[in-house]
Design a protein around this ligand. Sequence first.
Ligand SMILES: [Zn+2]
Ligand SMILES: [Zn+2]
Length: 408
Amino acid sequence: MPAARLYNPPMTADPLRARVAEILPRVRAIRHDLHRHPEVMFTEQRTSGVVQRELADLRIEHRAGLAGGTGVVGWLPATASPAAARTVALRADMDALPIHEETGRPYASQTPGVMHACGHDGHTAMLLGAARVLAASPERPHNVLLVFQPAEEGGAGGEKMCADGAISGRLLGRPADCIYGLHGWPDVPVGAVATRDGPLLAATDEFHLTIRVRGAHAAYPHLSVDPVVVAAHIVTALQTIVARRVNPIDAAVVTVGAIHAGHANNVIPETCEMNGTLRSLTDTNRALLETEFKRIVSGVAASLGAEAALDWQPGYPVTHNHPAATARFRTIARRALGDSRVLEREHPTMGGEDFSFYGRHVPASFFFLGLHPGDASPPVNLHTPRFDFNDDALPLGVEMLSRLALED
Ligand SMILES: [Zn+2]
Ligand SMILES: [Zn+2]
């Protein structure tokens, strides 16, 4: 981690940067307001209201009520011949998490047990900032779709936005030719952005498994099948998927995150519940994990005389960065920031993102925006009670989103 803060540009050297600096207090105020009032997936009514208020204030045509009620899409046509212009979509997510905040910030969550622990308050505020920059821009060579989605944290809000026509032109504007999104990233220094071609985040699938047997007194195990023993065999056998089925060159994860069975030392319970997550970086491996998982669960359970009821929950696809859209991002970012602030991620991360759904429709590219202050402190991880989006990252986020809509 570099010792000094990286992002300290001369604020007047570049007109766009000067404009970003002008509106920064408003972006910060919106971020803090959203942070105070976090809303978990599909309940983002107030947040959606803030977004709509800002778009209305900017006289940006928009539609609300998408993706279950809180999604919003705005439309800014190119200043000359929108019908001939390309359409760039920019996406932000709005939802918070069921975590109790421990940041001690003056603008900390006022809702006990709910907080912006993934920084979506920053994402939404920055896209509103970019909307302000773009609305005032004397020239816009591209059309812009501003996509504010609910429910990134497990609700597949991105998939619902696509289904509701947010980027197809069906609802508003014209069909997107490409889409960009970002995520504040704790281990990337403020002032830098980071990305890679191809897979950047993993596909995520979930399972909930119930092993059902006839229970018994613990002293008479021969009168039952012990679901705890069955679960132990299943957990062990599942380890062979990554170790012996996935190509060792590839990355994959099979995690059993929870096992619940029994309540007494002298009772063999009738059920054992297990749940967990599977992660992969290609569609092929995603399908392989599912097939192998199901085969092992049903095979092991049957071999031990137990019944296994599987509730398979497909999650998010791989977040795959389109090479052309990502090359465009790099060109724009390097021109603005210099090569040293545009970092390449050598490896994908096994986290997931529902930005991936947009990439199923149009060339998509996702990047990480640096949040680390650049001192010796360890990064504060996403989804933890002390995480807070770094305000120092706001100007670069607004700037990059604006440039992606204005430049090539
Ligand atoms: Zn998250
Ligand atoms: Zn997130």
